[in-house]
Design a protein around this ligand. Sequence first.
Ligand code: SF4
Ligand code: SF4
Length: 137
Amino acid sequence: MKKRYALRFSPTLVEQPLVSKLVRTYDVDINILNADVASGRGGKLIVELSGTEKALADSVVWLSTTGVVVSEMIKELMFNDKGCIDCGACTAVCSSRALTMNSEWKLVYEASLCVACGLCVQACPMRLFEVSHEREA
Ligand code: SF4
Ligand code: SF4
């Protein structure tokens, strides 16, 4: 799995090889998407970590114990259900089963199952979905 995080470093933490140690110790791959870090000043990285669910969870715990402030980056789906005509087109692309039709052929949206993949945005003929910009949780 992949998740994105914002990592905030204090000036002293910037001098330590934390990212390379993370990769070696927890068997995760790291892709640095944005870096605003300078020696003596600290800073912030936006990274994407790839690995098992446990490896990502352990990585976050370890980074936090070193003093790095870790925030997961999230996107959210916004759904204007008032305009829905229950055509079902969005349910065909939603592999997480957040969008399903009930026995009366009415759309049911279960927000807790949504992974904000955005596939329903294009699928809906009424343009009722929108995915928010990524932000820190
Ligand atoms: S964003 Fe993806 S997971 Fe969420 S409702 Fe739409 S298709 Fe389903
Ligand atoms: S595609 Fe749009 S109009 Fe059709 S069921 Fe889904 S939300 Fe409703």
